[in-house]
Design a protein around this ligand. Structure first.
Ligand code: TYD
Length: 217
């Protein structure tokens, strides 16, 4: 794969989406290229359908392994139809959530084990790993408070689940960051958004110097 693949990860309310919105114009200007920003299900028909099943509030409580398989299936569709082709063309891709979400939420949050979920996802990704992951670190209590304040109509069943679950997810993310110190950079998401954007931009620019990017891609 010739392109650059960056993922943004973090717990509920950590501001991933706002960060990406803030980063895009900065990166476009700095690198002078178009950047593909995407998130699962990425507008792909099948992945949308699968996601709909996962988040259907009417559905009976889903078994954690079924849920892991559905997230993996949705991810596979998004990868094959959107991310792989873009990376093959040498594009700069930023994804809002990727495999680390499954490791943290299903692996640790749902107690299925990081290794098990990693194995399942290797089948999905064929070993593709992000070149860089920005992990927005935020205490679960703060994240849930932010969601209640800002997204009252958007509460999905994950947001509704208990604090202990979100504490496990948080622990999971910290473990992933510790195990992958080169790939994962931890950004303190308790800071104001402008600082989160500035720090993230600096990390990306340091990791992918403009000249090398333009020469290699
Ligand atoms: P998402 O649609 O990405 O929304 P947001 O990033 O705004 O939270 O994710 C919705 C929920 O799905 C969120 O609680 C995290 C959870 N999730 C998993 O449990 N496993 C996964 O693999 C992914 C991608 C998301």
């Amino acid at each position: 794969m010739k392109g650059i693949f960056i993922t943004i990860e973090g717990p509920e309310g950590s501001g991933k989406t706002s960060l990406i919105k803030g980063l895009l114009p900065l990166l476009k200007e700095y690198f002078n290229i178009s950047i593909m920003s995407t998130r699962e299900p990425g507008g792909t028909f099948l992945a949308e359908k699968i996601r709909h099943i996962i988040f259907d509030l009417q559905s009976e409580k889903m078994d954690a392994k079924t849920e892991s398989l559905l997230f993996a299936a949705s991810r596979r569709e998004h990868l094959v139809k959107k991310i792989f082709p873009a990376l093959k063309k040498g594009r700069f891709v930023i994804a809002d959530r990727f495999v680390d979400s499954s490791l943290a939420y299903q692996g640790v949050g749902q107690n299925l084990g990081i290794k098990t979920i990693a194995t399942l996802n290797t089948f999905v990704t064929e070993g593709l790993k992000p070149d860089l992951t920005l992990y927005l670190d935020l205490k679960p209590k703060m994240g849930l408070a932010r969601i209640k304040q800002n997204r009252a109509n958007e509460v999905n069943r994950f947001d509704l689940s208990d604090l202990e679950f979100h504490q496990r997810v948080h622990k999971g993310y910290l473990e992933i960051a510790k195990e992958n110190p080169k790939r994962v950079v931890v950004i303190n998401a308790h800071q104001i958004l402008a600082k989160v954007i500035k720090e993230s931009f600096e990390v990306i620019v340091r990791r992918f110097p403009k000249r090398s990017f333009l020469e290699e891609k």
